[in-house]
Design a protein around this ligand. Structure first.
Ligand SMILES: [Zn+2]
Length: 385
């Protein structure tokens, strides 16, 4: 567990070292505004607790050579869990989000969500045994979920792709020895992109999570924008085809009915005699110049481009990050997608924003989940508006 008061000098020093990684005691004293003897006694405590170490000496400006205090990323850990309609994945990461353990199971292997959660708790025990990480060093477990999430009450309010409504995670708190956190998967992914991914340091971005559904995480001025009912970013359900295909949300012609990974595979399976389940197989067929695959890709990119054009008009972001498994194949289609987005128009041109595939690929939402307890522990400003 983590019991350092974040407003104490020790908490402030730890937070500073988490961000800056290496500092001399004099640097720390100057940054926090406390005396060097106070820094020394607090650093000694942090060394005893395993968070930092003294390593090497800095270049001296005269007098005694100052010792560098370094942050230790393996001093604490966090679990990240990603649950989607097909499978659940569990990872253990250190404080730098390096993955130390990685396991998954298919959702249809378990009866219901209660048994899925039990299975997750078993994987966690295995992970701790395998990595020999002390349970006491785990800051918490974060869940990335498709749907509308109330992160304060730990309630998954609505997840139409898995048929869940008002589902309270609190009843599972006793399964774990550490605190639980939940977040919408596109928001979690946007958070990870902002912290360690391609959009590091950028202020305005929209992360598009392409999976069985389609969700977006919106970051404005470095803060996650969630809206009054935490529903902001449900752009997958904006209408792009009036009176179009019926969506599970009850409306017709939603973007995710045309631009999700599932939509692409469904269209191919409807038009082709060959039936496929994996995106990998679709791109193999495309590579082999399969005509149906080429046609489906063309329609898919048209739909994806239409939604992205709308996003650009609404948000005018610095970056649009395309995430999910499909972003791993961006070499195949990114130029064509851009040609479809940047048609001649009065508002934007190719120079106005960057469209990039996620560098974290299909890991972004689960890394964002793992980041939730770390963020809480290290008092990184809560970035929600
Ligand atoms: Zn819909």
């Amino acid at each position: 567990m983590f019991d350092i008061d974040q407003n104490s000098n020790k908490g402030k020093i730890l937070n500073l070292l988490y961000r800056k990684r290496e500092l001399t005691k004099l640097d720390i004293s100057n940054e926090i505004g406390v005396s060097v003897p106070t820094v020394i006694s607090n650093v000694n405590e942090l060394i005893r607790e395993g968070f930092v170490e003294e390593s090497g000496v800095a270049i001296s400006t005269g007098g005694r050579k100052p010792i560098i205090v370094s942050f230790l990323p393996n001093s604490r850990y966090a679990f990240g869990v990603d649950i989607n309609p097909d499978k659940a994945r569990v990872i253990l990461t250190n404080l730098d989000l390096d993955i130390k353990y990685d396991a998954e199971f298919l959702i249809n292997e378990v009866r219901d969500i209660d048994s899925a959660m039990k299975k997750i708790s078993e994987i966690i025990k295995e992970a701790l045994e395998f990595t020999k990480v002390d349970e006491k060093k785990v800051l918490g477990i974060g869940f990335s979920l498709q749907g509308t999430v109330d992160e304060k009450e730990l309630v998954l309010k609505s997840a139409i792709n898995i048929g869940i409504k008002d589902w309270n995670f609190r009843k599972f708190e006793n399964l774990f020895e550490f605190p639980m956190f939940i977040e919408n998967e596109a928001n979690a992914a946007a958070l990870a992109e902002l912290k360690i991914g391609i959009a590091k340091e950028e202020r305005n971005l929209v992360y598009i999570s392409v999976s069985s559904g389609l969700g977006t995480g919106i970051v404005i001025e470095g803060q996650l924008y969630k809206g009054k009912n935490k529903r902001a970013g449900e752009i997958g359900h904006m209408t792009i085809v009036p009176h179009g295909k019926l969506c599970r949300c009850g409306r017709k012609g939603c973007w995710e009915m045309y631009a999700s990974q599932k939509a692409l595979l469904n269209e191919f399976n409807e038009l082709s005699d060959t039936k496929i389940e994996k995106l990998e197989d679709f791109f193999k067929l495309l590579d082999a110049r399969n005509e149906v695959a080429e046609k489906c890709m063309e329609n898919y990119l048209d739909a994806l481009a239409t939604g992205i054009q709308n996003i650009v008009l609404i948000f005018d972001p610095h970056y649009i990050v395309l995430g999910g498994e499909i972003s791993g194949y961006s070499d195949v289609y990114l130029d064509r997608l851009k040609d479809k987005i940047f048609i001649k128009n009065e508002f934007y041109s190719r120079e106005d924003f960057k469209l990039l595939p996620s560098r974290l690929k299909s890991n972004s939402s689960i890394l964002g989940a793992s980041l939730l307890p770390i963020q809480k522990a290290f008092l990184i400003e809560e970035q929600v508006i």
